[in-house]
Design a protein around this ligand. Structure first.
Ligand code: SF4
Length: 471
């Protein structure tokens, strides 16, 4: 049996979410998520289910759950975890499928997904973390916010007239025929944690035995958005929250239920490709670009608003016109406003395995944080192009070949600083030998319909091209 004071073997040895300090999670001090993670991990270990477990993560404070559990994991779009978990569970009938969702994710944005998964009685266990508020986005009113509770979007307190009643999800789920086990627990004090541990273990056993759907609502403390210290937050659950959301087992049909198999149609991918006209052609298209490698992986990074997403899009579209396989994957730095936005682009002569670019062959960094973050990831032989108009410090020890490019200044000379991304396009195209300047100009003519705008962007493109010629 795992001792409660030991770190569970189901957790990773180190948590890579915070590269500078790998011992703790990203959760705030006193947050209920950490307690719940520990209970789940301990019970998975005790039941020997780690290798069968697939966790579907939400959008919300739990979004980085895959950094902590050494299990298979899938991230889902906001509110869609129960739907994604349905697919995961059916496609992997031997798995223990966990859908981990907060109250904004499950009870607001994803209510329909959650209810229909429950109503189908899918083989999955849903952990519904109810802390009465939107945590990650800064404390907005959630469907579960209490009457009179103050949030950033209910500064005078929630009212029934304006916002309706707090949603009791466990009671709703228990009213459905299909679920096997429905309970509400809390992780705010030792007694409640012991009770939560018993229920969670039972829920995981239901998954091990394929006996259907389990919904466990977990009242969890959010000291940050409740504006309370951790101790007061724990007491507030006992004294206030539990009055609205009584703890208990709301439905228990574990003894009566049999193991169930769910239908899972296997997709005939060849048939789908035929339908879509995507069958492999034995001959390589003639129009392909001569690149310095069979495949190039790009990362375009900067502040939101610097045009890094559209820069990646231009590169991808231009390559696609030359019959290359391409992927374009944007990222907005979801956990931090003003963070680094980037787009990952893969251009390949062959089918692309993954759109993720961890170690770019070509990095374009339009601001300092981007260079700091991604510069060290470029391998020897790669190119690092940074915006020397805005960046005056280059980190030591970069392995890639570094090119300063005064992109903002050159774009300003061309007519607008906003065209800095097009300066970069010209520079990158010349340095990678991917496109002719004339081809790029024709492409811009299709993208910018207004003559004045086109003129500025052509100037910016040529400025970047010439800068690459000279460097
Ligand atoms: S905002 Fe609240 S729920 Fe989110 S990590 Fe912090 S304490 Fe936990």
């Amino acid at each position: 049996m795992t001792k409660v004071y030991e770190k569970s073997p189901v957790f990773f040895d180190t948590f890579e979410r915070k590269p500078s300090y790998k011992e703790t999670t990203h959760y705030c001090p006193g947050c209920g998520h950490g307690v719940l993670h520990k209970i789940i991990a301990d019970q998975l270990a005790e039941l020997g289910l780690q290798d069968r477990t697939i966790i579907v993560g939400p959008v919300g404070c739990g979004v980085f759950i895959y950094y902590y559990f050494d299990c298979a994991a899938v991230s889902s779009a906001h509110g869609r975890a129960s739907a994604v978990a349905t697919g995961v569970s059916r496609a992997n009938p031997d798995s223990v499928t966990i859908s981990y969702q907060g109250d904004g994710d499950l009870a607001a944005i994803g209510t329909s997904n959650a209810i229909h998964a429950a109503n189908r009685g899918e083989n999955m266990i849903v952990f519904f973390v109810n802390n009465n508020i939107y945590g990650m986005t800064g404390g907005q009113l959630a469907p579960t916010t209490l009457i009179d509770q103050i949030s950033t979007t209910s500064p005078y307190g929630r009212t029934v007239k304006n916002d309706g009643f707090p949603l009791r999800m466990a009671e709703m789920m228990a009213g459905l025929e299909a679920p096997t086990l429905v309970a509400r627990v809390a992780v705010n004090n030792p007694k409640n944690i012991r009770q939560a541990t018993r229920v969670i273990k039972q829920g995981l056993e239901v998954q091990r035995d394929k006996k259907g759907y389990v919904f466990i609502e977990v009242l969890a403390q959010c000291p940050t958005n409740w504006k309370k210290d951790p101790k007061d937050a724990c007491e507030w659950i006992d004294n206030v929250v539990c009055k609205q959301y009584p703890l208990g087992i709301y439905k228990d049909q574990v003894a009566e239920r049999e193991a169930q198999e769910r239908p899972c149609e296997r997709v005939d991918f060849a048939a789908v490709a035929r339908q879509l006209g995507l069958e492999e052609s034995p001959e390589k298209p003639e129009n392909q670009i001569e690149m310095i490698a069979e495949e190039l992986r790009f990362k375009f990074a900067g502040f939101g608003g610097q045009g890094v997403l559209s820069l990646g899009m231009l590169m991808a579209q231009m390559s696609m016109e030359h019959d290359m396989d391409v992927t374009w994957l944007p990222s907005y730095g979801p956990e931090m406003r003003g963070g680094v936005a980037n787009s990952s682009v893969v251009v390949s002569k062959n089918k692309i395995g993954s759109p993720v670019v961890d170690h770019p062959d070509v990095l374009v960094a339009l601001n300092g944080p981007s260079l700091e973050k991604f510069g060290p990831l470029v391998p020897a032989g790669g190119l690092i192009i940074y915006n020397s108009s805005l960046i005056d410090h280059v980190p030591d020890g970069l392995k890639g070949k570094v090119y300063p490019l005064a992109a903002t200044d050159l774009a300003t000379e061309a007519g607008t600083a906003k065209a800095a991304n097009v300066v970069v396009l010209g520079f990158v195209a010349q340095k990678t030998n991917m496109f002719e300047l004339a081809d790029l100009e024709k492409f811009l003519a299709k993208s910018f319909k207004k003559p004045a705008l086109l003129d500025v962007n052509i100037k910016a493109l040529r400025a970047g091209w010439e800068a690459a010629d000279k460097s």
